[in-house]
Design a protein around this ligand. Structure first.
Ligand SMILES: *Cc1c(COP(=O)(O)O)cnc(C)c1O
Length: 572
């Protein structure tokens, strides 16, 4: 079954992303980037933005994570079968890699918006009859780190294959190719070959950067580029991507875009410093509220504001929610989480205790173990009152990230043996587990190194579900906390004084601030029932802004140049 002609003809935004988290179990994401992409297409479908999505189809996924008896992460490849929920595109296209024509086909998934609007997503695959065996594996796993060759090849398939596939399917009116991070930047080459001039190519692209961590920007050695493209890389393009003798995918995407943006206000400031040659706007991230709201809160919101899904700004009035309703809704979520936890661990959490949650990718800058920095002090504060639940994956090649996971297990054992304080680490963090965690814990913790977190989104999901944030002032929380300081707590200083020693991310200073706030502010507030519910309501009110409906409207205006009347039209 195909997408009908009218829809194809009306589609004028192609969203190109290495990850799009369509569903918790479909292995097309590893973390925040993919979840954001998923929320973006969900909101775009709801608001009938004429968009098509392009991603790869990773049949062995990212990986399934489990822990051995020493608390070490182990990984297992998964084997996802795309046959059930997807339609196969009949006619493959080809992407030239080295001197071979590689066949690329795709699985089609339809995101259905609230009013029934269809947003097609094509997941490209080289597992196609007619390809040699080694080619079939090219798109097998996400962020496969076995070789840089595999990585560049995947990015050629995503970028070049994506544009070619859309053409072959009759998407002839794309006015904006939105490069969601640099992985898709090779698509500029395909347009360059077609349009023959840099200025015309530039009119067609918008670029979003997602990380202030320099190593997070893809670079390839020029020899590798030469190997896979042979002599097909135009020197004009090569020059634009040049980064001290390497080929930089962010440079390429930025150089060839008419619009560029970062994903939070502070991230905009940092990105303009990292890439001073470009104008860079910012559009702060959000989450798709109907997707991330827990069932009890969904019912409560529905009773209070029947139209809240279409118009999330009504959540500004969260203060009007009924105290008891909110209390009951949260308890239901908390019991749900703790019940689930008990079925998945020998170390059983307790419904009565204040539960602090922390879940994210175990990238080193996220400082997952900051809270254990003075472990005896933490033990004394938490004894008989507080427990912890952690989750998150480390990239298989990231030994530092893996060491953090082990340290959490070890710290947990120490805290339990000495203070009876429980720390559990759940296996295989994915969106299903995230749903339970962000709604079922009492406090959502985040302790990144300052200005390394582009935005972060899990804290927005927590806020939506009435779970206050307790976080270092970075990414979206700098904005959220400034908007409403009653919606949670800050750890350490903000960015108003860049010379403040706290901004140096000193572990002593930050952990000290964390313990003080936890002991002297958060725990006493929790004991004051009314005050706590007041805080929960303030947290919910943040969701009026930090949602992907608001976000995608900003993209529509500034990145896609769409006029705000439906059907959406491109402004020439
Ligand atoms: C929301 C989410 C993320 C991103 O959260 P951050 O706050 O950016 O770390 C990552 N993984 C999963 C499974 C999520 O649901």
């Amino acid at each position: 079954m195909e997408i009908d002609e009218e829809l194809r003809a009306n589609t004028n935004v192609a969203y190109i992303s290495m990850e799009i988290a369509i569903d918790s179990n479909i292995p097309t994401y590893s973390g925040g980037l993919g979840v954001l992409s998923g929320d973006t297409v969900r909101s775009a479908a709801d608001l009938e933005i004429p968009m098509v999505g392009i991603c790869l189809c990773y049949s062995s996924g990212y990986f399934y994570q489990f822990f051995n008896e020493f608390g070490e992460q182990k990984e297992k490849e998964i084997a996802w079968n795309f046959y059930y929920e997807f339609d196969k595109v009949e006619k493959p296209i080809t992407v030239k890699i080295e001197n071979k024509d590689v066949l690329v086909s795709a699985w089609l998934y339809r995101v259905i918006g609230q009013s029934g609007h269809i947003l097609p997503i094509y997941l490209l695959t080289t597992d196609v009859e007619g390809n040699e065996e080694w080619m079939k594996k090219m798109t097998g796993s996400l962020y496969d780190s076995t070789s840089r060759w595999n990585r560049i090849v995947q990015e050629m398939i995503l970028g070049i294959g994506g544009v070619k596939l859309l053409k072959s399917l009759g998407y002839n009116n794309i006015e904006t190719y939105h490069l969601n991070e640099g992985h898709g930047s090779f698509s500029t080459l395909e347009l360059y070959n077609e349009l023959g001039n840099i200025e015309k190519v530039k009119e067609k692209f918008a670029f979003t950067t997602h990380t202030p961590v320099p190593a997070g920007h893809d670079r390839f050695k020029n020899d590798l580029v030469k190997k896979v493209f042979e002599n097909r890389m135009p020197s004009e393009i090569q020059k634009l991507a040049d980064d001290n003798g390497e080929f930089n995918m962010t440079f390429l995407g930025m150089a060839l875009s008419r619009y560029r943006n970062a994903v939070a206000k502070k991230h905009g400031d940092i990105s303009r410093k990292m890439f001073p040659q470009y104008e860079i706007d910012y559009i702060t991230n959000g989450v798709h509220l109907p997707f991330w709201v827990s069932k009890p809160l969904r019912k409560m919101f529905g009773r209070k504001w029947p139209n809240w899904r279409a118009n999330p700004s009504v959540l500004e009035n969260a203060i009007e929610l009924d105290d008891l309703d909110l209390f009951d809704a949260h308890i239901e979520n908390k019991f749900n989480l703790i019940n689930y936890q008990k079925g998945h661990s020998w170390n059983l959490l307790d419904e009565e205790l204040i539960t602090i949650g922390f879940a994210r990718r175990f990238a080193t800058y996220k400082r997952a173990t900051l809270i254990f920095h003075d472990i005896d002090r933490l033990g004394k504060i938490c004894k008989n009152r507080v427990q912890f639940i952690f989750a998150g994956k480390a990239h298989p090649k990231d030994q530092m990230g893996k060491d953090y996971i082990k340290e959490i297990h070890e710290s947990g054992e120490y805290l339990y043996n000495n203070y009876g304080v429980k720390v559990v680490m759940m296996e295989n963090y994915n969106m299903d587990l995230a749903h339970m965690l962000v709604s079922g814990v009492d406090i959502w913790l985040n302790t990144p190194n300052r200005y390394r977190e582009a935005s972060g989104t899990s804290g927005m999901k927590a806020a939506l579900n009435g779970v206050p944030n307790f976080s270092v002032l970075d990414g979206w929380w700098l904005e959220g906390y400034k908007m409403n300081a009653l919606s949670g707590w800050a750890i350490g200083p903000d960015d108003s004084n860049p010379n403040d020693p706290g901004v140096s991310n000193d572990w002593d200073i930050d952990s000290n601030a964390l313990y003080e706030t936890l002991e002297n502010e958060i725990l006493p507030t929790y004991l004051n029932h009314d005050e706590w519910i007041f805080r929960q309501k303030n947290a919910i009110s943040l969701a009026a802004y930090f949602n992907t409906h608001r976000m995608i409207m900003e993209y529509a205006d500034r990145a896609y140049r769409l006029r705000r009347q439906r059907p959406w039209k491109y402004i020439k």
